[in-house]
Design a protein around this ligand. Structure first.
Ligand SMILES: NC(=O)c1ccc[n+]([C@@H]2O[C@H](COP(=O)([O-])OP(=O)(O)OC[C@H]3O[C@@H](n4cnc5c(N)ncnc54)[C@H](O)[C@@H]3O)[C@@H](O)[C@H]2O)c1
Length: 477
């Protein structure tokens, strides 16, 4: 039977969140909502207490809007602790999410503390928006496990996390981090090197400069510029990025057709856009006046509530997933109706040995679940173990006996089963078996790492299954 430590590793924790400010509280809420044990570390006791309450609020909000499972949220929150001592914060963690003040010396100090107290293989991730992870990891013991994992505010709600390597970071670190954040329901994108602002903030900065300029030069009000973004391009950007949208805008000629037709018009605009690199002195005055009209007396807290509810509604509708779903489902040979209904975030087919005579193949995963195939040879035994993930299974072929502490269940092809998280169980097969199982939430270690940069080759499944290159049917079937 696997021990407590292994079951905990499956849950992806314990995890330390260093710095209990705005960002730290939100990260802590997200991790706890996925049932992970979180240590919220800050040197300031009042920040710790405030952050604990905000983390609880964030996690419960995710459950309330249907983005997390209520039972798991409460289980995760029961494990959440605030800590004022770095040794206690970092001992035994699998990952540190650093969110302290944006100051290189402060961050280096916290990374040094984490490196001194955390296990050698723990991942050390900075949330920094503006500092280079290459600079932060300098002088840290085992710097290859440091990376940037930059969230977009608020981290518990906005799926994006930008993973960037420093000069000394290994690709294995990025792969492990990718699997961890994907298991936390995040949408990781991987940069090949760390650049100031990563991807999203660079794009935001370019857009905001022009938005400010449109107001400063009297072209439109703050409210109208904001409205133009929300009801026009912003709405489209929630489902497709600028490259894909312009590709569609080019009609049958695609992106090349778009450039052929519109490059001249766009170049005219580009020549007219603001190019300043220092904010004009009147920026705050001009924006404050316009924002007073736009907010018409609503407080920041009220507006944040509106933002979070609307973001949750968009996410719950699954709209942001449809492009990826279409791509991966098409690659898997599924029809377009299926792409609407099933959000498939990746397909993967490498068989991994899990016990003598037993292999596991990850077939596909979504935001919250992973679909896995198990192949057991005759007399294979899966030892007793426990993990925090709910598991729903279906025996496709062969025979399978599920073993629990309360008894044994002999299954026939066509039988299904459902096991709650943390149940101690095992299995064995006499003649061999093929079973499929869904694990919820995602088991990070079942994900293969960052998806390939190119779309998956069309015909992936049919190639594996029809040409007989996939796992063999069990004997005796
Ligand atoms: N605020 C955002 O929207 C946002 C978004 C993405 C990333 N980030 C990044 O997250 C980080 C934190 O930003 P924030 O806005 O949450 O800041 P914040 O000021 O709200 O919180 C920082 C916390 O760090 C604590 N701290 C400072 N030094 C410490 C030390 N040596 N040991 C332990 N705790 C210490 C402070 O007490 C404070 O509670 C920054 O690097 C920032 O760039 C922020």
């Amino acid at each position: 039977m696997r021990g407590k430590a292994e079951a905990r590793r499956d849950a992806g924790g314990p995890v330390a969140v260093a710095g209990a400010g705005l960002t730290g509280a939100s990260w802590a809420g997200l991790f706890a909502a996925h049932g992970v044990e979180v240590r919220l570390y800050d040197r300031d006791p009042s920040r710790r207490e405030e952050a604990r309450l905000r983390a609880e609020e964030a996690a419960r909000f995710l459950a309330a809007v249907g983005l997390a499972d209520g039972t798991r949220v409460e289980a995760g929150l029961a494990l959440l602790r605030t800590v004022g001592d770095p040794a206690a914060a970092f001992a035994g963690v699998t990952l540190m999410q650093e969110c302290v003040t944006e100051d290189l010396q402060v961050k280096r100090q916290v990374f040094a503390q984490a490196a001194a107290h955390a296990p050698a293989e723990a991942l050390l991730a900075t949330s920094s928006s503006g500092l280079s992870v290459s600079a932060i990891q300098e002088g840290v013991r085992r710097p290859e496990r440091c990376l940037a994992a930059h969230p977009y505010n608020p981290p518990h709600l906005v799926p994006l996390v930008e993973l960037a390597p420093g000069a000394l970071t290994t690709s294995e670190t990025l792969e492990r981090a990718w699997a961890f954040y994907a298991a936390m329901g995040k949408e990781p994108v991987v940069l090949r090197r760390d650049v100031p602002g990563y991807i999203a903030n660079r794009l935001s900065a370019a857009l905001w400069r022009e938005a400010i300029e449109l107001v400063r030069t009297g072209v439109a009000s703050v409210a109208d510029v904001d409205r133009a973004v929300v009801t026009g391009p912003g709405l489209r950007w929630a489902v497709m990025g600028p490259h894909l949208l312009y590709h569609l805008g080019g009609g049958p000629g695609g992106i090349r057709g778009h450039l052929d037709h519109l490059a001249g018009v766009k170049e005219g605009m580009l020549r007219d856009l603001a190019t300043w690199t220092t904010f004009p002195a009147d920026t705050a005055d001009v924006l404050e006046t316009g924002l007073a009209a736009e907010t018409s007396g609503r407080s920041t807290a009220e507006l944040a509530e509106v933002r979070d509810q609307a973001l949750a509604a968009i996410l719950a509708a699954g709209a942001t997933d449809r492009v990826a779903a279409g791509r991966d489902a098409a690659a898997a040979g599924a029809g377009s109706d299926r792409a609407e209904a099933v959000v498939v975030r990746g397909v993967h087919g490498k068989a991994v040995a899990v016990a003598p005579g037993a292999t596991r193949t990850t077939l596909a995963w979504g935001r919250r679940s992973v679909l896995v195939r198990f192949d057991l040879e005759p007399e294979a035994v899966i030892p007793m173990h426990a993990h925090p993930h709910e598991q729903t299974g279906y025996l496709v072929a062969g025979d399978l006996t599920l073993v629990g502490e309360a008894g044994e269940w002999a299954l026939e092809p066509g039988d299904g089963w459902s096991l709650p998280g943390r149940l101690v169980h095992g299995a064995r097969s006499r003649r061999g078996a093929v079973a499929v199982e869904v694990f919820t939430p995602l088991r990070g270690e079942y994900l293969p790492g960052p998806p390939p940069l190119e779309p998956h080759p069309t015909g992936f499944f049919s190639d594996r299954l029809e040409n007989g290159r996939g796992p063999k049917a069990p004997p005796g079937r």
